[in-house]
Design a protein around this ligand. Structure first.
Ligand code: RP5
Length: 167
């Protein structure tokens, strides 16, 4: 099946964190592809990759990068499909540099920016699933069921905490 989601990462050093995105998409049974492509080091290849992915039926792009993170913005410049940006913590500024570079897009070229690092990597996949679920009832049900499991898990943790505190 052709990938519905294409993930771009700026370097192989981004792969470890972004495996969370791949894994989460797989949990929701969403076919995806992941490529290393850099906004700065391989600008033409990045543009070509976006065009090819769209031709192959890609519906959503997820772009993750660290430092001066322009990858999501560059992807967004070349498509009108939704682009989700994941800022990564690759340098001495703990990802704040990437967050600001990813989130602060000029009006007209949106990038839906999620949290820095692992939480963002997970949320990027869930957000992509939520967008695709607008036209997929089975996927919407899988998302609801995951929310319910999450609710139960937190309720259980709280019950354990209260039990420990009252012991
Ligand atoms: C960014 O620079 C990449 O997304 C990566 O997070 C960061 C460092 O890249 P490497 O020097 O590890 O290749 O473009």
């Amino acid at each position: 099946m052709n990938p519905l989601v294409t993930i771009l990462i700026g370097s192989d050093s981004d792969y470890e964190v972004m495996q969370t995105t791949v894994k989460t998409l797989a949990e929701y049974q969403i076919p995806c592809a992941i490529h290393i492509s850099s906004a700065h080091r391989t600008p033409q290849a990045t543009q070509d990759l976006v065009a090819q992915a769209e031709k192959n039926g890609c519906q959503i792009f997820i772009a993750a990068a660290g430092l001066s993170a322009h990858l999501a913005g560059v992807v967004a410049a070349h498509t009108t499909k939704p682009v989700i940006g994941v800022p990564l913590n690759s340098g001495s500024l703990q990802g704040l540099d990437s967050l600001l570079s990813t989130v602060n897009m000029p009006g007209g070229i949106p990038v839906a920016t999620v949290a820095i690092g692992k939480a963002g990597a997970k949320n990027a996949a869930i957000l992509a699933a939520q967008i695709l679920a607008l036209n997929d009832d089975n996927l919407a049900r899988r998302l609801q069921s995951a929310r319910e499991s999450q609710r139960q898990m937190i309720a259980e943790k709280n019950a354990n905490l209260q039990a420990a505190l009252s012991a």
